[in-house]
Design a binder for this molecule. Structure first.
Ligand code: ATR
Length: 277
């Protein structure tokens, strides 16, 4: 029997850590698998995905910029993927069609739990109203915060998202200028792509208090400007999203193999690897 094949699709994809993470999960659980990174420009994604299935591909992760596109091309979507309008996990059904799921929110929640960050009854502020934010709002609201406010450069996008998720909890949205009147965030989540371009939205002084816990969905150099700002303003803690990355991978692994690996040891190994350059 050939080793079951899995992949991550994205564009670019060369620096993806997912092959490393899933190889470790496979070793940890004793499940034989091959997991590869496949570069897929959006206009070729469907063709590449077709070839992958023909080659025996059983499941895949989908990352930037394909998550929304993938959601539109699955035969079936989980509730989380349908609500987010974005897919990060493809599961091959018995009939060969793809079911799309989204494990980003569960990945974030599992990492916040690991870090001991309380959410129930707290004020959560999310910066950004793009695809990354769509993926995490459902699970964040399920954690019963007192309030969740989305602040975005383009106010309408934050307002639309707040409306879209209103049935799930007390969520509001507006422009970055709405942050000034908000007071301090208990949990402040950086979900814009601004730092990929090296810039950061301007944040009012009162947003970060000594009890604020800051979390950037990115990691490495992309997370540094926001985490440095949070530390400089005296936040209680500032965490990058490496634990979320491993957490979403663990949940994808569970969906494919029926077994949830332990993310902790893989996270420690990955962090050491990144620190070593
Ligand atoms: P992703 O899937 O990473 O969320 P996206 O869907 O393109 O990517 O969304 C990017 C988010 O980062 C958006 O909220 C965007 O704000 P706009 O909706 O106004 O475009 C935000 N963003 C990107 N660059 C930014 C910048 N320089 N300052 C503030 N926000 C920025």
């Amino acid at each position: 029997m050939t080793t079951p094949l899995y992949a991550v699709f994205g564009h670019p994809i060369a620096h993806s850590r997912s092959p490393f993470i899933h190889a470790r999960f496979g070793e940890q659980t004793g499940i034989a698998l091959r997991y590869v990174a496949i570069d897929a420009p959006p206009e070729q994604f469907m063709e590449i995905l077709w070839d992958f299935r023909e080659a025996g591909g059983r499941g895949a992760n989908v990352t930037l910029p394909l998550k929304e596109y993938a959601a539109g091309h699955c035969a079936e979507l989980s509730e989380a993927a349908a609500r987010a309008g974005a897919v990060n996990t493809l599961i091959r059904r018995a009939d060969g069609q793809w079911r799309g799921d989204n494990t980003d929110g569960i990945g974030l929640l599992s990492d916040l739990a690991r870090l001991g960050v309380p959410l129930a009854g707290r004020t959560i502020v999310v910066l950004g109203a793009g695809g990354a934010t769509r993926g995490i709002l459902g699970p964040l609201l399920a954690a019963a915060p007192a309030r969740l406010h989305i602040a975005n450069r383009t106010p309408e996008k934050a307002e639309e998202l707040a409306l879209h998720f209103a049935a799930l909890g007390p969520v509001t949205g507006g422009g970055l200028d709405t942050l000034a009147a908000l007071g301090p965030a208990d949990v402040l989540i950086q979900a814009t792509s601004a730092t990929r371009g090296g810039s950061l939205p301007v944040l009012p002084a009162g947003l970060i208090a000594p009890h604020t816990i800051a979390y950037d969905l990115g990691y490495g150099a992309a997370a540094e400007p926001f985490l440095a700002l949070a530390r400089a303003r005296g936040a209680a803690a500032a965490h990058d999203g490496l634990g979320m990355l491993v957490g979403q991978a663990a949940e994808s692994f569970r969906l494919w193999h029926g077994l949830r690996p332990d993310p902790a040891s893989v996270l420690a190994e990955l962090r050491a690897l990144l620190a070593g350059g």
